[in-house]
Design a protein around this ligand. Structure first.
Ligand code: TRP
Length: 353
């Protein structure tokens, strides 16, 4: 069986370091293993519109920003097809057929939908398009017969919903669609990077993000102002590493090579943590190290971003070409779906048979 990746992001803002360690870094790694036959990275503008219907210009502007972030992180258009969701209208048609296989109460029970309804104050009046987005996400994934979907942990319920739709479709109409597997980041810290204020989620509205496009000065200021262990008042006091975002960031970003380069008195993160827990290690020293680590990770990303910012006409061509490739694949799947559902009336005069 072919190994196929599909994943994507809503273009509602620039991507931040939480996206990077939670999913982007893994996508680039997977891309470069060479073990995948096809890789699709989708800018989910239609999904972004499900809760931004009144702000299409925000979604539109962020398409280029997200594309730049992808290229900056090392998504290579020679190896991965980057495309815009709404430029593949076949996805919408698939969504419409899949909607018949899902009940309202099943979507209502989807934990991600539940959380978002609360967060967006949609309780009293949920836009129907928003409510159906898990079904549209199943269309995104199955249109490409994706076998692997590398995403953040919050997308787990979407994958579960997709697998259910695949099973139901195949049961009703015959074996047609492919069941995908989720692929999560490989450590807890990377899966859920907190904001610099220590809040559970990095989010634009909370103002607690470090963006991939931030300048070295902005990164440094943000790191030096980071929340740490509030009980670690004096250097000699023992400190806590659990729930301390500075250490969570080190879990997500630092490698033994970073220690050799910037803090050779410790061999690795375990030794640094042990010292902090014993007492005698100040927050400023740890933050300075984190700053060195993050600057060295983010510098090449920022440089590549600057390179592509000067070539947005090329980025435009990449998106246009990618969308054409994606549409071709999705059209083939749609044909298979219509055939399975016996609604391919005009293919080989099927309606007459
Ligand atoms: N829901 C994802 C997000 O909020 C974006 C997305 C849309 C997606 N369709 C997808 C992710 C299909 C993976 C697969 O970022």
């Amino acid at each position: 069986m072919k190994q196929i990746i599909l994943t994507g992001d809503r273009p509602t803002g620039r991507l931040h370091v939480g996206h990077y360690v939670g999913s982007l870094r893994e996508r680039v790694r997977l891309q470069n293993t060479g073990t995948f036959d096809e890789i699709y990275i989708m800018i989910a503008d239609a999904q972004a519109l499900t809760d931004n219907a009144e702000h299409p210009e925000k979604v539109r502007q962020n398409i280029m920003q997200v594309a730049l972030d992808y290229l900056a992180c090392g998504i290579d258009p020679e190896k991965s097809t980057i495309f815009i969701q709404s430029m593949v209208p076949e996805l919408t048609e698939l969504t419409f057929y899949y909607m018949n296989l899902v009940t309202v109460s099943r979507v209502q029970r989807n934990p991600t939908v539940k959380a978002e309804i609360k967060q967006k104050n949609f309780e009293a009046s949920i836009p129907l398009g928003f409510f159906c987005y898990p079904i549209s996400q199943a269309a995104d994934i199955t249109a490409f017969h994706a076998t692997v979907v590398p995403v953040g942990e919050d997308q787990e319920p979407m994958l579960e919903q997709t697998r259910e739709i695949v099973r139901k479709f195949n049961e009703v109409y015959g074996e047609t669609l492919t069941e995908p597997q989720i692929l999560l980041a490989n450590n807890r810290a990377s899966m859920r990077l907190p904001g610099i204020d220590g809040k559970a989620k990095m989010s634009k509205s909370l103002g607690n993000c470090i963006y991939l496009a931030d300048s070295p000065e902005e990164i440094k200021t943000k790191i030096m102002s980071m929340f740490t262990d509030p009980d670690h008042l004096r250097v000699q006091d023992p400190g806590k590493v659990e729930g301390n975002p500075v250490f969570t960031y080190l879990d997500a970003f630092s490698t033994d090579e970073h220690f050799a380069e910037f803090l050779p008195e410790y061999a690795n993160l375990d030794e640094l943590k042990a010292h902090y827990q014993r007492g005698g290690l100040g927050d400023v020293k740890v933050k300075k190290f984190l700053n060195n680590v993050m600057q060295s990770v983010l510098q090449p990303i920022r440089e590549r971003r600057t390179y592509w910012e000067g070539r947005t006409d090329e980025v435009y061509e990449i998106l246009k070409a990618g969308s054409a490739v994606a549409e071709k694949t999705a059209a083939k799947t749609l044909q298979e779906v219509r055939h399975a559902m016996k609604i391919d009336y005009f293919d080989e005069n099927n309606l007459l048979k």
